[in-house]
Write a protein that binds this ligand. Structure first.
Ligand code: FAD
Ligand code: MG
Length: 578
C-alpha cells in the first residue's frame, strides 16, 4: 500500500513535472512567437494585444501607504511596495505600548497579510528607498541592514506611477544633546525602548547604595512637548506608576516626579481651550508638573537646560529619562529629492490638491511627508471672472456667478470655511456684503467689485495636520483616483479649469475632520468634534475604547487589543524588563 501510494505520488510528480516542462517550453515558445510576430509582422492588429499594466511603486507601509493599498484595485496595476518595516503599526496606541497597557504585537499587522487579501499580485520588498530619480522614473532601494545579502543590497525599481508615503522623523529642533540622550515616540521600537527604560529607572532607584537625591533623579521623568503625544504619554506613565509600579517598588513610590515642558503658554494648544484647561487642571491634581513658556536649550547625559521665555532665566534639571515629542521633520531622502525638483526651501514635499508632486510627472505624495499647496482664489480671480462672465459684458450678474459657484466651492475649499466663519449661508452673501444692502438679484459686479468681494477668503488657510486621519483619507482618495484613472480620461468629473479649458479629471482631495481624542489618564479622555463641540470624562474614555477597537486594521489585532485592555483591568500591567 505504502509502495503503491509512493509510486502513485512519484508517477504523478513525474507527470506533473513533464507537464510543467511542456507548459514552460510551450509558453516560452508562445511568448517568443508572439513577440517575434509583434515585431516582424506589421499587419498584426495592435488593438488585440493586451496593453502592459502600468507599474506602481508604493514607498511606505504606514497609514497612507497601507490605506492606499487596501483600497486600490490591484488587478489594474503591476504593484511593488517598498518599506523598511514589513508591518503596519496602529500609531495612536503607541503611548499605550510604552507602559504595557497593550503589547507591541497587538497593534501591528504584517503587510503581507494585508496584501495577500488583494486579488491582484502585489510584491513587497523589505527595503528603504534611498534615492528618487524622477528624470528616469526609477527609485534606488537598499535592503534592510538585518537581511542584507552582500553585493546585492541595492536594487532599482522602474515605475510609471510613484506613491511616496514614507512619513517623517521626530524633530529634534537641532537642539544639542537631544538625539543622543532623549527617547522619541515615533514607532514600535521607540515604544518598546521607552517601556524598558521606565523599568530601568525604577530598578536603578531601588539599588541599595544610592542617596535619596540620586533616587529622585532616577525617577524624574521629563516629557518635552505638550502636544497630544506628550500629554498622552505623561498620562499613561502616571497611571502605570500609580496603579502598578507603586505596589512593586513601595520604597521609592514617593520619589517619582513627572514633568511636562512646553514652550507655548498651554499644553494641547491645538485643541479647544476647554480641553487644554481641563488637562492642565487634571495634571495639577495628579501631581504632574506642567512647565509652560520654557524652551529647552540643551540636553546632557545628566541634566536638561531650559530658558524661560518671559525673563530669559536659565534652569537646569537632572533627569532619569526624557521623552522628546516636539513634532516632525522631513526624511533626508526627501530633502535630496526636493533639491532635485526645485522644492529646496519647503518643509515637506509639496503637492497640488490632487496629491501630485509639483514639478514631477506621475509622482504622488501623501501623509506626513507631504503638504498640499492649496491654491489661493486671488491668484485666479481674473480667470474665474472671465469664465463666469459668459456674455463677455465685463460685469458679472448673479446668474452668471451662480453658474460657477459649485466649481469655486470645490476648487477653493477656503471659500466654504470663510462662509462658516462669517456665519454666511450662501456664497452670494459675499457679493451682498461688499455692496451694502442691495437686493441679491440686482447685484452686478465688475472685476474690481468681484476681487474685493472675495479678497478676504484666502486669509486663514491652514495646512492639514500630520495625523493618521489625514494620511488614511488621502490613501483612500488616491486609490479611488487610480481605480478610475482610465474611465475618467474622457469623462472628467472634477471642477472647471479656470485658467485652461475643460474640467479637471478628478475632484481635488478634501479632508473631512471627524474627531480628535486625547486620553488624559485615570480612565478619562477628551474629545473634540467639529462645530465647537467637546466631550470630556469617563464616558469619553469608553467611547475612545470603542472607536480605537473599531479602527483596528484586522479582526486579529482588534481581538488582541481588546484582550490586552481586559488583561490590564484584571491583572494590571506587567513590569518585567524583557
Ligand atoms: P507613517 O505611518 O509614519 O508611515 C511611514 C512608512 O514609511 C513606514 O512604513 C516606514 O517604514 C516607511 N518608510 C520610512 N522611510 C522609508 C523609505 N526611505 N523608503 C520606504 N519606506 C519608508 N494620528 C491620529 O490621527 N490620531 C492619533 O491618535 C495619533 N496618535 C499618534 C500617536 C503617536 C505616538 C504618533 C507617533 C503619531 C500619532 N498620530 C496620530 C499621527 C499618525 O501616526 C501619523 O500622522 C501617521 O502615521 C502618518 O502616516 P504616514 O503613512 O504618512 O506615515
Ligand atoms: Mg456678464
Amino acid at each position: 500500500m505504502r509502495f503503491f501510494s509512493f509510486f502513485d505520488r512519484s508517477t504523478r510528480a513525474f507527470q506533473f513535472s513533464k507537464l510543467t516542462l511542456l507548459f514552460a517550453v510551450n509558453t516560452g515558445g508562445l511568448v517568443a512567437y508572439s513577440e517575434s510576430k509583434l515585431y516582424s509582422d506589421t499587419s498584426v492588429d495592435l488593438s488585440q494585444v493586451e496593453p502592459k499594466k502600468k507599474r506602481v511603486v508604493v514607498l511606505g507601509t504606514g497609514w497612507a501607504g497601507t490605506t492606499f493599498l487596501k483600497n486600490l484595485d490591484s488587478s489594474l496595476y503591476d504593484i511593488q511596495v517598498v518599506s523598511p518595516l514589513n508591518y503596519f503599526a496602529f500609531t495612536p496606541l503607541l503611548p499605550s505600548v510604552t507602559c504595557g497597557t497593550v503589547e507591541a504585537r497587538s497593534i501591528v499587522e504584517p503587510i503581507r497579510n494585508i496584501i495577500k487579501k488583494k486579488n491582484g499580485e502585489i510584491q513587497f520588498w523589505e527595503a528603504e528607498c534611498v534615492k528618487i530619480d524622477a528624470a528616469n522614473k526609477r527609485v534606488h532601494c537598499r535592503s534592510n541592514d538585518r537581511i542584507i545579502v552582500e553585493g546585492k543590497e541595492e536594487f532599482l525599481l522602474d515605475y510609471d506611477y510613484l506613491v511616496i508615503a514614507i512619513g517623517a522623523l521626530a524633530s529634534t529642533l537641532n537642539i544639542p544633546g537631544v538625539k543622543e540622550h532623549c527617547h522619541f515616540l515615533k514607532d514600535i521600537e521607540d515604544a518598546q525602548k521607552i517601556r524598558r527604560s521606565v523599568i530601568d529607572c525604577f530598578e536603578r532607584a531601588s539599588l541599595p547604595n544610592l542617596s535619596e537625591e540620586e533616587r529622585k533623579t532616577a525617577l524624574h521623568f521629563i516629557i518635552v512637548g505638550g502636544g497630544p503625544t506628550g500629554v498622552e504619554f505623561a498620562a499613561e506613565l502616571h497611571d502605570f506608576v500609580c496603579e502598578d509600579l507603586v505596589k512593586m517598588y513601595p520604597t521609592v513610590q514617593n520619589l517619582v516626579k513627572i514633568t511636562v515642558i512646553q514652550s507655548g503658554d498651554h499644553i494641547l494648544n491645538t485643541y479647544d481651550e476647554r480641553i487644554s484647561l481641563f488637562a492642565e487642571r487634571k495634571f495639577q491634581r495628579d501631581g504632574i508638573e506642567v512647565q509652560t513658556g520654557q524652551r529647552v536649550i540643551s540636553v546632557s547625559d545628566k541634566a536638561i537646560t531650559t530658558r524661560a521665555k518671559v525673563n530669559g532665566q536659565i534652569y537646569s534639571m537632572p533627569y532619569g529619562m526624557i521623552v522628546w515629542s516636539t513634532g516632525i521633520r522631513i526624511r533626508p531622502v526627501l530633502m535630496d529629492f526636493m533639491q532635485d525638483i526645485g522644492q529646496k526651501h519647503k518643509r515637506a514635499l509639496t503637492t497640488d490638491e490632487w496629491l501630485r508632486v509639483k514639478g514631477c510627472d506621475g509622482i504622488y505624495a501623501l501623509g506626513d511627508c507631504a503638504t498640499i499647496h492649496q491654491r489661493k482664489i486671488m491668484e485666479d480671480i481674473s480667470a474665474i471672472f472671465n469664465v463666469a462672465d459668459k456674455d463677455k459684458s465685463g460685469t458679472l450678474t448673479v446668474k452668471e456667478f451662480q453658474g460657477v459657484i459649485d466649481d469655486i466651492l470645490v476648487r477653493y475649499p477656503q471659500v466654504e470655511h470663510y462662509l462658516k466663519r462669517k456665519h454666511m449661508r450662501n456664497v452670494l452673501d459675499l457679493l451682498n456684503d461688499s455692496k451694502g444692502n442691495e437686493s441679491k438679484e440686482s447685484i452686478e459686479v465688475d472685476i474690481e467689485g468681484f476681487r474685493s468681494a472675495l479678497s478676504h477668503v484666502d486669509s486663514k488657510m491652514k495646512n492639514l495636520p500630520p495625523t493618521a486621519q489625514v494620511a488614511a483619507q488621502q490613501g483612500a482618495y488616491l486609490a479611488r483616483c487610480f481605480n478610475h484613472m482610465k474611465d475618467s480620461e474622457d469623462n472628467a468629473e472634477g471642477p472647471l479649469r479656470f485658467r485652461e479649458s475643460g474640467r479637471h479629471q478628478f475632484q481635488p482631495f478634501r479632508y473631512k475632520h471627524f474627531w480628535k481624542f486625547v486620553p488624559l489618564g485615570g480612565e478619562q479622555a477628551a474629545l473634540e468634534l467639529p462645530g465647537d463641540r467637546i466631550s470630556i470624562g469617563h464616558s469619553t474614555q469608553w467611547l475612545w475604547y470603542s472607536v480605537y477597537a473599531s479602527k483596528q486594521v484586522s479582526w486579529r489585532t482588534r481581538s488582541l487589543v481588546v484582550s490586552d485592555w481586559t488583561r490590564r483591568f484584571i491583572f494590571g500591567r506587567d513590569s518585567s524588563r524583557i
